[in-house]
Design a binder for this molecule. Structure first.
Ligand code: NAP
Length: 288
């Protein structure tokens, strides 16, 4: 039952209708008997400032932020965590209320979410070569996370528009002390694909309904010893993951990152660990 004590969290985005975040967070709140509630709200770009003012005025506990507001919300916040500052993008807002005033802090939990399923492979990944397909927002979080945590010996960004990969490399240069980042046109990435320990698909290629597509059709370039990580989570097993696994690589699906970024936001708001197994079960029970 919602009442005057209920702590409220909103998703700010446009569109939000298909977001899985309300399901994940409300499942976790219920499992832990927390008097908290999460609602997805459609916020038009022109109304973003008013929406953030609403978080303050209504005493809300925080928010998630998605397309198209992740970059623009930065100017409306009071402080940024280092990873959000580095990327210029926020996906989580925490409302802190020291002495009654409200301070809104922006985080980017995609970084922690991406790293979560890699922890058990740290030994294989540290100082190893890595490659990322795509150079959009998710690729930025992936590259920042790898540079900060695993210090890859090389980090190739393979994008169909090389200028986008070059701009990513320029923007993250101050976090790339070893000069690991390298922008490579997608069609010239074969050698790096074969040599990389970690391959990450940070494009939407292979996502439902286009499940016969893959960011790298030359499956003979995959081998055992490699980790293949697909950020796409619909379907749970993509063509990229299936073909990599058939050649002995270890597959990691995008569901782990989806739940990982939610768990990091949940911890920031509630100071509790999300019951991730229950949340994954709830996701599996949907039609995804
Ligand atoms: P984005 O900013 O739009 O970037 C997408 C990137 O993929 C761009 O570099 C884009 O290049 C490239 N791309 C798109 N279609 C392509 C194609 N057919 N062939 C080659 N490259 C192509 O999107 P994003 O926010 O980074 O998200 C990327 C994917 O990651 C999405 O599927 C998203 O759902 C997924 N994701 C998952 C999680 C998770 O928690 N599992 C978190 C974040 C994102 P152009 O600019 O040239 O189109």
């Amino acid at each position: 039952m919602l009442d005057a004590e209920t702590q409220l969290v909103a998703l700010l985005g446009d569109p939000v209708a298909h977001s899985l975040s309300p399901l994940m967070h409300n499942t976790a709140f219920a499992e832990q008997h927390l008097n908290w509630a999460y609602a997805a709200t459609r916020v038009r770009p022109d109304n973003l400032g008013e929406a953030v003012a609403g978080l303050r005025a209504l005493g809300m506990a925080g928010a998630n932020v998605t397309i198209p507001h992740k970059e623009r919300i930065v100017t409306h916040l009071d402080a940024l965590a280092p990873e959000a500052e580095a990327m210029g993008a926020v996906n989580t807002v925490v409302a802190e209320r020291p002495g009654g005033s409200t301070r809104l802090r922006g985080l980017n939990t995609d970084v922690a979410g991406f790293l979560a399923p890699l922890a058990e492979h740290a030994e294989r990944l540290n100082k190893a070569p890595a490659l990322v397909f795509g150079a959009g927002g998710a690729a930025r979080a992936v590259c920042y996370a790898l540079l900060a945590r695993h210090e890859p010996s090389s980090l190739v960004v393979a994008a169909r528009r090389p200028e986008q990969a070059e701009s990513l490399a320029r923007d993250l240069a101050s976090h790339d002390e070893q000069g690991a980042l390298e922008a490579v046109p997608l069609e010239e990435a074969a050698r790096a694909v074969r040599q990389s320990t970690l391959l990450v698909n940070a494009t939407p290629v292979g996502m439902t309904p286009d499940i016969d597509e893959t960011p790298w059709p030359q499956a003979s370039d995959f081998s055992s010893g490699q980790l293949a990580y697909d950020l796409v989570y619909r379907p749970v097993e993509t063509r990229f993951l299936r073909e990599a696994a058939e050649r002995g690589a270890t597959p990691i699906g995008g569901l782990a990152m989806l739940v990982g970024q939610a768990a990091a936001a949940y911890r920031a708001w509630t100071e509790r660990d999300m019951p991730t197994e229950v949340v994954k079960e709830a996701l599996r029970a949907t039609s995804m």
